[in-house]
Design a protein around this ligand. Structure first.
Ligand SMILES: C[S@@+](CC[C@H](N)C(=O)[O-])C[C@H]1O[C@@H](n2cnc3c(N)ncnc32)[C@H](O)[C@@H]1O
Length: 540
């Protein structure tokens, strides 16, 4: 049994490998064999860059071979496929903090298997790739890595790589932070190396190539991990090819995953992108300078230079934003005045404007990056009024809000342009239903704070019911219910009347999609609550 720890540090894991030959049973079998059988000759190798740590590792694991080197120098091509098991906790180093030549060697390894590392590549990614490549067919992987693996876009190629190179993948996630004082959310990635590689196969054979079965488990904390037998007994989601999507959906029970797949092909559900372009809001460069309260506008004498803007999700109620809503905000002295100036120099008689710009310069507004790259720092580009707004940061559910005013938005709220003459209000009502809600949780990303973020390209992927099926009555009813805070009743209306009644979706499928939304949303929100005590306790 040949075992490898690619970045063994002081040997916390290496020592366990070294002392536990009996736990390492034939790697072809299931993990259920742990604790039984024995391996007479375990050969354990650890690699560690830091000489002090490497020396500690050798003390912690006297029988192991500890090599003090950059792992990626040591990991030469003939070492690929040579190991029965790889276990470790690779370093988390951001691209910018990671020094050459180690960085370049690690990136070269990724390139050697067709991956294209970017400036977002963190050191743990090449370690995941190398650890997988180190295994023989049937060999086993066990790594502690950041929870980003599940959902961030920059990890998508590595997710696909894992699916292609493994026959089974299990990701164990933790409801509470695992390491005291460390805010990084981690997961345990367990894998079994496939006999043949998906990526090694020509694209024409892709359908025939193997792909991993995946499952995601969620436990409270390390103490709740249970035995490998518990893990082995849990079902996998069926294999999927080249799955670059987020793995968040694997938190769902099989019926939920099936519902997500079925909804992709449900008649009458279309991609939002077919009916709308979603774009970011205005990047002012400094909102305090460019966005004012009406009282400030008046005091500065700038009324002639401002136009309406919204910048907070809370300013958008219901699914329509009308003149009354804007007037209410202005009366409440909310910051809804945007200094949107034409691309021209300030005329000599524009005294109030010149004074405001001078005040901005004395505050250094013109030195901020976004302002500094403009020809005239005070002229904000790409100002246009959208047909609708769309929440970028989602607490409860996604929402499109038709814009019946001349207002635009800052980049906290996306701007939506309706295509092909689709009424924005129909798009807005179409955003309220269980299919769109469920997919927002699968497509968007959340960063531990409980908020779900949808980037424009992700928003365009959301399925919505055909807007041609939405009536004026639906729009008025949903607007009224959402304004009243009765999301459940608005959902009931759209699910029953539109998805089931007009599009003919199976009511059981719609119920399952609603359950998917609730489950993923609650999980996301629950994580932020549970993480809070740790945050407070952490000195960082
Ligand atoms: C998060 S620690 C993990 C240590 C050990 N696996 C454990 O769990 O206790 C990551 C280790 O990777 C080492 N490291 C960083 N870059 C490395 C490289 N290029 N090659 C080998 N080790 C490296 C660091 O020095 C550090 O000790």
């Amino acid at each position: 049994m040949r075992m490898l720890e690619p970045s063994c540090g002081d040997g916390a894991i290496l020592g366990l490998l070294d002392r536990a030959p009996a736990a390492a049973t034939a790697a072809h079998g299931s993990a259920a064999g742990a604790g039984r059988g024995s391996v007479a000759h375990a050969a354990v190798t650890g690699v560690e860059l830091d000489p002090v740590e490497a020396a500690k590792a050798q003390l912690a694991a006297p029988a192991a071979t500890v090599i003090q080197d950059d792992f990626f120098s040591w990991f030469t091509p003939e070492r690929r496929g040579a190991w029965d098991a790889v276990a470790g906790n690779p370093p988390f180093i951001r691209f910018g903090n990671w020094s050459d030549p180690a960085r370049e060697r690690a990136l070269d390894l990724m390139r050697s298997v067709g991956l294209k590392p970017t400036k977002l590549t963190n050191a743990w990614l090449p370690f995941v790739v190398a650890s997988t490549l180190a295994l023989r067919p049937g060999g086993r992987l066990g790594l502690v890595i950041p929870a980003e693996l599940l959902q961030v876009t920059y990890a998508a190629p590595v997710r696909a790589f894992l699916v292609d190179h493994c026959s089974e993948l299990t990701v164990v996630t933790f409801r509470r932070l695992v390491f005291d004082g460390i805010l990084q959310e981690v997961v345990l990635l367990l894998g079994v190396r496939a006999d043949t590689d998906g990526l090694a196969t020509a694209p024409a054979d892709a359908a025939a190539a193997p792909a991993a079965r995946i499952r995601v488990l969620e436990v409270d904390d390390a103490a709740a991990l249970g035995s490998p037998d518990d893990v082995a007994a849990l079902p996998h989601a069926p294999a999927l090819r080249h799955d670059t999507e987020k793995w968040t959906k694997y938190f769902l029970p099989p019926a939920g995953i099936d519902a997500i797949r079925a909804a992709r092909h449900a008649p009458g559900l279309q991609r939002l992108g077919e009916h709308a372009d979603v774009d970011v809001g205005i990047v002012t460069g400094r909102n305090q300078f460019f966005v004012m309260r009406p009282s400030e506008t008046a005091a500065r004498g700038l009324a002639a230079h401002v136009s309406p803007i919204v910048g907070k999700s809370a300013q958008l109620r219901g699914i329509r934003f009308g003149g009354d809503d804007l007037a209410r905000l202005a009366t409440a002295d909310a910051p809804v005045d945007f200094l949107g100036l034409p691309p021209a120099d300030v005329a000599p008689d524009q005294v109030a404007l010149a004074a405001h710009l001078a005040a901005g310069e004395s505050d250094g507004v013109h030195l901020g990056y976004k302002c500094s790259i403009r020809k005239r720092w005070w002229v904000v580009p790409s100002v246009w009024t959208p047909d609708a707004f769309m929440l970028r940061q989602i607490h409860d559910h996604p929402r499109i809000v038709a814009n019946d005013t001349a207002a635009t938005s800052t980049d906290t709220i996306h701007r939506v342009r309706a295509l092909g003459g689709v009424p924005a209000a129909a798009l807005a009502a179409a955003s309220i239903n269980s299919a769109t809600f469920a997919f927002s949780e699968v497509v968007g990303r959340s960063y531990g704070g409980g908020v779900l973020e949808l980037e424009p390209r992700e928003a365009e992927q959301l399925p919505i019911p055909d807007p041609a099926q939405i009536t004026d009555h639906d729009i008025a009813r949903v607007d009224e219910l959402i304004r009243a805070g009765d999301v459940a009743a608005a959902l009931d209306h759209m699910d029953r009347t539109v998805l089931v009644g007009r599009l003919g979706l199976d009511p059981a499928l719609v119920d399952e999609l609603r359950a998917v939304w609730v489950r993923l949303r609650d999980r996301r929100m629950d994580r932020s609550r549970r993480a809070t005590p740790h945050r407070l306790a952490s000195p960082a």
